[in-house]
Each structure stands twice: as structure tokens, then as C-alpha cells.
Design a protein around this ligand. Structure first.
Ligand code: SF4
Length: 753
């Protein structure tokens, strides 16, 4: 029986869900998609009847908050300032991001426990005090643990990590947010979301042979591109769904984040029930098994999807090709059969330096058993991997299960290496020693992100993403121009060729259930009040938050442009991870990483700004600190989809802390735009995107009309360029309540009152 979700709470949840759904259906008088059912039954105010997609702000009551250790620090520091005694909704913290991959699972874990002691002590003491579940280092990666332990169909989950949608594989509406959202919801406030548009993804055919769930999402990514999901929910349906396991569905919903999607969701069916039963949640399966039709889109939606979705994508699983995406972007797909030409025409090195298997996206039992079936064939032929193959299991439960079932031994027999149950190289926590910075090289992964520098901090690493079975097979070739589906490997006097992978999502003997690393919250309010939150006053890694000053009521005059970002500018570029993860709980220290990964049009370099007061080129944070001391405010200018990628709010907090008043882009990624609003920075977009070109290093910007800032109006901006002035128009997406955040200085300042 689950130790972390109680049957009585879940029973109450479904009683309310089904009864509220009945009333809502009568109210709206039309069939609903699954995403709508979950959104509408979680409305804290307003009526489902008046929801206009892309226009209405929804006020929602999430059922659960999940936080990973890097972002939980700031979320909990913000929650502390709310003065509440405990979290008002069930919540959990997972220690997975701070474990460096260096010498192998065991040693890396011990080292992490030592290196990150003060962070883990803070998170564990704050969790215990505020009634939050805590999963220590080694317990697993947040999304795998949530799928195994907490997720249940129709739950609305918010998480301080952009791959929170992983739980959509089990019929949850699970959405990545910033730490301020998490803090507010834990404090009992509703959570706001612009009503998303809906993309229906109609799956026909079935998965077979080498084609895996990863190939489904890579196909979707190649069609929709990295911007195609912005402001939208991807809802999967159709007969093809049946051939995808619950964990395979999670791979697909996980990587929907790469398209900027609000989230992705699968309907519930026998596969959902089976996974729940296998993972100590038979009581959930029993409660919903008779109501599965309500945990899917309504029949009329399935019959006439074009009437209910804003867009429809047709994918026939029988037609899918196995392939790689990359480098540097998850929507650039090349089938394995065309890789040779692709590499040659682009001059990319075909020799692979590393193969990385696992991460929260692809470390289920099914993934690892299919990958192991490939390794087993190679082992039988006497082969070893030609390049290092590093394996990251998603959780202690997965690790113990693959250990028991001999899967780990198969990997060891071909010389694969085991990393800790943690993010490791997926988040740049990789102590890579085989190359120097700036050295061009190729790696393959079964992860979800392949931005420049994402895995190893090296701009010249070309990361290609593929399915776990493909990553494993290619490790025996060592070169990316090989096609493991058709090519053979010479072994002595014959040629070895892989057969298709086989695996199972359900271990024959069941999962080895593990709660290692789990710390329950203190439930007794009296005992809870005596728990001290551990923050060392001399800490470099944690500090209580300063209060951001409210808006002074005046227009912004003569703002300096600190940085004009060129091209893709993700939150990884604005606030890089890797070694900086160390300072996630210390705003002043982490502010030193501001824009270090972004390319500046003014200096024609990455991570540098020109200080207009001194004429010196320096890091953007050094220049910003100088401006701040001189009482000069500044802005950042960006291009399309500014702030895409990870949900990290530090990318909004650090500019705010250093004196940024506004970020002006051609367009914004949803989470980052909200994060800027929450921190009191104005996210503004050019009405005419080519106005980006008018801004030069010496421009001074005046943003006018702020006293009349309202939901519907636009703002005037005067660009002063060496004696000449040009007026342009900027628009914004601030709702009335968000305008109040700006006026008060931050959303946090609002709920302190
Ligand atoms: S995407 Fe990578 S860094 Fe993010 S939670 Fe998953 S494993 Fe960790």
C-alpha cells in the first residue's frame, strides 16, 4: 500500500471530480476533451461556460505541487516569506539535480551528500516543518518518482520543473511553473493560467519493432517545432494510444515541453490501470475502472475532433521512422537511414564520444529492458561498447528492479557504466574529462534537451537525441553514420546484425518497491512548530530573500540596453545551470551568471556586455551591478521565443535583482514570461518585430504610459539614438492582477499583505 497518498484522500478526490464534472457538463452543454474536464473541475473561480481559449485567465486549484532540489530552494525561500505554517496542498521535494556524474553511482552520491549538505539540510528541515514529503539524494528523478508514487488520473499537478508534464502519461494535467507559483499555491492561493488552446494528436496504427514512444514525440516535435506548442495543450487520442504503455506515454508527454506546450496528456485505459496496480495504487485503479470513459475525451469529441480541438495532428504509428534529432534543437529530425548524408553535408564529426542512456524521459523498466535486449544480443556475439555508455536509472525502484531482473548485469557485461539515480549529464552536472572546452565532438543521448552546452557546458558538443534502444545499439558501432537497424558489425569471421529490441513495461515479478531516501513530513502541528529551518548565516548557497521595491509610479526614462540577445535565448542561456546550480538558493551569488550563455549583438560575443560608463567589456552581471550602483535602470532585448526551455525562475529573478525594468522581445516562452511578471519585470513584445533592428548599443529607451497600463492597452516606447528619436509600439499580456504584481514590485509582495 502506498505510503505517500492515502486512499481516503483519493476517494474524496474522485467523488468531487465526478460530481463536479456532471454539473459542468450540464452547464456547458457540449462534449469535453479530457484536458477541459480537468481544467474545468479545478476552477477556483469563474465559470467553465465563459472560458475562451487563448483569452480567459483561469484561476485554478492544483491538487499537488512537486519541486526538484534546484528550484525548491527558491520556492521554499519564497514560501517562508508567506508566514504560513504548512503547505495548504500536498507537496513533495526531490533531490535529483545536484548530483554530479563523475566516478560512478555510489561515489558520486556520497560526494553529492557531502558537497550539498547545507542545501539538503535546508530542504529536508523546511519540508518536515511545512508538511512536505522529502525525497533525498539517490531516491530518484522527480518525474519518475512522481509517476511511480503520486500521479493519479485527472489530478492537476504543478511542478517547479519544465518536464512536469511527464505525469500526463498517467492522465494527469501536469504543468511546469516557476517557484513563485509553487509558493503561492502552497500558501493556499489559486494558480493562474491563460486558458490554453488544444491540439488533438490523433494516433493510428501501432508501435512495433524498433519504433518506440521516443520516435512518436520526435515526430511530433519535427512537425510542430520548438514553438508549435506554446500556449497549447497536446491531447493524444485514437486507436494508436493502446499500443503505448503508461511509461511510454510519459516519455511523450515529458518531451512535449520541448515544443513549448503548456502540457500534454493521454487518456486513461487498461494500460493506465495496469501501471497503477503495479505501483501500489490498485485502490486508485479500483476507484476509476468503472469510469474510464470520463477519463478520456467524450465520444463526440473522438468522433468529430475537428469540432473541438483548435488543431489536429494525424500520426500513423505504422509510418514512423526511427531517427535522431539534433544537434542543438529537438525538432531537427533525421532518419537513421539518412544520417550519413546529414553528417557529411554539415561537416559534423561522425565519431561518437559518449552514449547517455536514461534521464526522467527514458528510464522506465520498459526503456531499460528494451535497451538491455540490444546489449544482450551484442554480449552474445562477444561485443563490448565502443564508446562509454552511461546509464541513469530514473529511480531507486527502477534501479532495484533492473538489478533483481539481471538487466543491470547485461549492461555491465558490455562495459556500460552506472550513474546515480539523478539528472547528472542531463542538466550539465557532468564532470567530463575527455575533451577540452571548445572541442567539436558528437554525443548521443536518450534525454530530452540538446541545447548548446546543456550536457557538458561545451558549446561545441553536438548532442543528438534518440530512443534508448537506438542509443544503446549505436554505442556498439561508435559512429553516428551507422544504421543499427540494417548495418552489421564484423566479429571475427562473420557479421553481427541486431534484431529488433524486445522489452516489457511490467516486470514479471512486479517492481521492487522502494522508499529509500523518503522522509515523511511532521504531521503534528505542535512538533512542527518546534522544527528549526536550517540556514547557515554564512552560507554561500542559501540566503533569505530581499524584498523587491515597488514601482515608483513613473514612466521608465532613458533605460540603457544591457544586452541585445541574438537568436535562440533559452533560460539556460540567461541563467546557465552546471556549476551555477550550486547557488540556486542564493540570489546575490547566482546573479553573477546573468546571460553568460547568451550571444550579445553589441559585443558579438557570448556572455559579455559593454559598460557604457567605463567603456570596458565585462560580464553582464558586472556591468549590471555597476549600473545599479549608479542608480541607472536597464533592459534586455531579445528575439523570438525568448526564455524558452527550462522553467527556472532565476532567469527572471537575477535580472530583477540587478536592476532590469523590462525585457523586450519578438515573442516569449510562456513560463518565462510569467516568471518575469511575477518578479515585477515587464515582459514586452515589439508590435512590429523588425523594430528589434532599431535598437543599438547607444540607444536609450523610454517606456511611456505606465500610469495607464491596463489589460488591453499598448505602450509607447521612444528609442533615442544619438540625437534622433523613433517611436515604436510595444504590447504586453499582463492581466489586471499581474499589473498589480508589477506595481507592488512582485507577486510575492502582493501576498505578503
Ligand atoms: S529533464 Fe533532465 S534535468 Fe530535467 S528532471 Fe529530467 S533528468 Fe532531470
Amino acid at each position: 500500500m502506498s505510503r505517500v497518498i492515502s486512499p481516503s484522500q483519493v476517494e474524496k478526490f474522485y467523488e468531487q471530480f465526478f460530481s463536479s464534472l456532471k454539473s459542468i457538463k450540464q452547464l456547458v452543454g457540449r462534449p469535453l476533451t479530457l484536458a477541459e474536464k480537468i481544467l474545468f473541475t479545478h476552477l477556483a473561480k469563474g465559470s467553465a461556460n465563459n472560458v475562451e481559449r487563448g483569452k480567459t485567465i483561469l484561476y485554478l486549484r492544483p491538487d499537488r505541487v512537486i519541486m526538484q532540489d534546484a528550484t525548491a530552494q527558491m520556492a521554499l525561500l519564497q514560501f517562508i516569506t508567506s508566514g504560513r505554517e504548512s503547505s495548504q496542498v500536498p507537496a513533495s521535494v526531490h533531490c535529483d539535480h545536484l548530483i554530479r556524474a563523475s566516478e560512478g553511482s555510489h561515489r558520486d552520491l556520497l560526494k553529492a551528500i557531502d558537497e550539498n549538505k547545507e542545501v539538503y539540510d535546508f530542504l529536508s528541515s523546511a519540508s518536515k516543518k511545512f508538511g512536505i514529503d522529502f525525497w533525498g539524494p539517490g531516491a530518484g528523478i522527480i518525474h519518475q518518482v512522481v509517476l511511480e508514487k503520486y500521479a493519479h488520473p485527472a489530478a492537476l499537478i504543478i511542478g517547479t520543473d519544465s518536464h512536469t508534464p511527464n505525469a500526463g502519461g498517467l492522465g494527469c494535467l501536469a504543468i511546469g511553473v516557476g517557484g513563485a507559483d509553487a509558493a503561492e499555491v502552497m500558501a493556499g492561493l489559486p494558480w493562474t493560467l491563460l486558458a490554453p488552446k488544444l491540439i488533438g494528436v490523433h494516433l493510428t496504427g501501432s508501435l512495433s519493432s524498433w519504433v518506440s514512444p521516443k520516435d512518436v514525440i520526435l515526430k511530433v516535435a519535427s512537425i510542430l517545432t520548438v514553438k508549435g506548442g506554446t500556449g497549447k495543450i497536446l491531447e493524444y487520442f485514437g486507436p494508436g494510444v493502446r499500443s503505448i504503455s503508461a511509461t511510454g506515454r510519459a516519455t511523450i508527454t515529458n518531451m512535449g515541453a520541448e515544443l513549448g506546450a503548456t502540457t500534454s496528456i493521454f487518456p486513461c485505459d487498461e494500460n493506465t490501470l495496469k501501471y497503477l496496480e503495479l505501483t501500489e495504487r490498485k485502490f486508485v485503479a479500483d476507484l476509476i475502472s468503472k469510469h474510464l470513459s470520463e477519463l478520456q475525451a467524450d465520444p463526440s469529441v473522438l468522433d468529430h475532433p475537428e469540432d473541438f480541438f483548435d488543431e489536429i495532428l494525424e500520426i500513423n504509428l505504422n509510418d514512423l521512422e526511427v531517427g535522431w534529432v539534433g544537434p542543438h534543437t529537438p525538432d531537427l529530425f533525421t532518419p537513421v537511414s539518412k544520417m550519413r548524408d546529414f553528417l557529411t553535408s554539415n561537416g559534423y564529426p561522425k565519431e561518437i564520444r559518449y552514449a547517455l542512456l536514461g534521464s526522467c524521459t527514458n528510464s522506465s523498466y520498459e526503456d531499460l529492458s528494451r535497451a538491455a535486449s540490444i546489449a544482450k544480443q551484442a554480449a552474445s556475439a562477444g561485443l563490448k561498447v565502443k564508446i562509454p555508455l552511461l546509464i541513469t536509472p530514473g529511480s531507486d525502484q527502477i534501479l532495484k528492479t533492473i538489478e533483481r531482473d539481471g538487466i543491470l548485469d547485461i549492461f555491465f557485461s558490455v562495459d556500460a557504466q552506472l550513474l546515480a539515480n539523478a539528472c547528472g549529464p542531463c542538466i550539465g552536472m557532468w564532470d567530463r574529462k575527455d575533451i577540452k572546452k571548445g572541442e567539436l565532438n558528437t554525443i548521443v543521448t536518450s534525454y530530452n534537451r540538446n541545447f548548446k552546452k546543456r550536457n557538458d557546458g561545451n558549446e561545441e558538443t553536438l548532442a543528438f537525441i534518440g530512443s534508448p534502444e537506438l542509443v544503446t545499439a549505436i554505442a556498439f558501432f561508435g559512429t553516428l553514420d551507422a544504421n543499427p537497424l540494417t548495418d552489421s558489425i564484423p566479429v571475427n569471421s562473420h557479421h553481427f546484425k541486431f534484431k529488433e529490441p524486445i522489452g516489457s513495461f511490467a516486470p514479471e515479478k512486479g517492481f521492487v518497491i522502494s522508499y529509500d531516501g523518503y522522509q515523511p513530513p511532521e504531521l503534528d502541528p505542535q512538533k512542527r512548530s518546534t522544527i528549526q529551518i536550517i540556514i547557515d548565516p554564512g552560507s554561500e548557497r542559501l540566503a533569505l530573500l530581499p524584498e523587491f521595491e515597488p514601482w515608483d509610479g513613473k514612466d521608465f526614462e532613458d533605460l540603457i540596453v544591457l544586452f541585445k540577445a541574438v537568436g535562440k535565448c533559452t533560460t539556460d542561456h540567461i541563467s546557465p545551470a552546471g556549476p551555477w546550480l550550486r547557488y540556486r538558493g542564493h540570489l546575490d551569488k547566482i546573479s553573477n551568471n546573468l546571460l553568460l550563455g547568451a550571444y550579445n549583438a553589441f559585443t558579438n560575443s557570448t556572455g559579455q556586455s559593454l559598460n557604457l560608463l567605463t567603456g570596458q567589456v565585462s560580464t553582464p552581471s558586472e556591468v549590471a551591478r555597476h549600473y545599479k550602483e549608479a542608480n541607472i535602470s536597464w533592459v534586455i532585448v531579445g528575439e523570438e521565443n525568448y526564455g524558452e526551455g527550462s522553467s527556472r525562475e532565476h532567469a527572471a529573478m537575477t535580472p530583477r535583482y540587478l536592476g532590469c525594468k523590462a525585457v523586450i522581445g519578438k515573442s516569449f516562452a510562456r513560463i518565462h514570461e510569467t516568471n518575469l511578471k511575477k518578479q515585477g519585470v515587464l515582459p514586452l513584445t515589439f508590435c512590429n518585430p523588425s523594430d528589434y533592428d532599431l535598437i543599438t548599443q547607444n540607444s536609450r529607451l523610454c517606456i511611456l504610459g505606465l500610469q495607464n497600463l491596463s489589460e488591453s492597452n499598448k505602450l509607447k516606447c521612444v528609442i533615442k539614438n544619438e540625437g534622433q528619436s523613433v517611436e515604436i509600439i510595444l504590447q504586453h499580456s499582463l492581466a489586471d492582477e499581474e499589473i498589480e504584481w508589477f506595481k507592488k514590485g512582485s507577486a510575492l509582495n502582493m501576498f505578503k499583505k
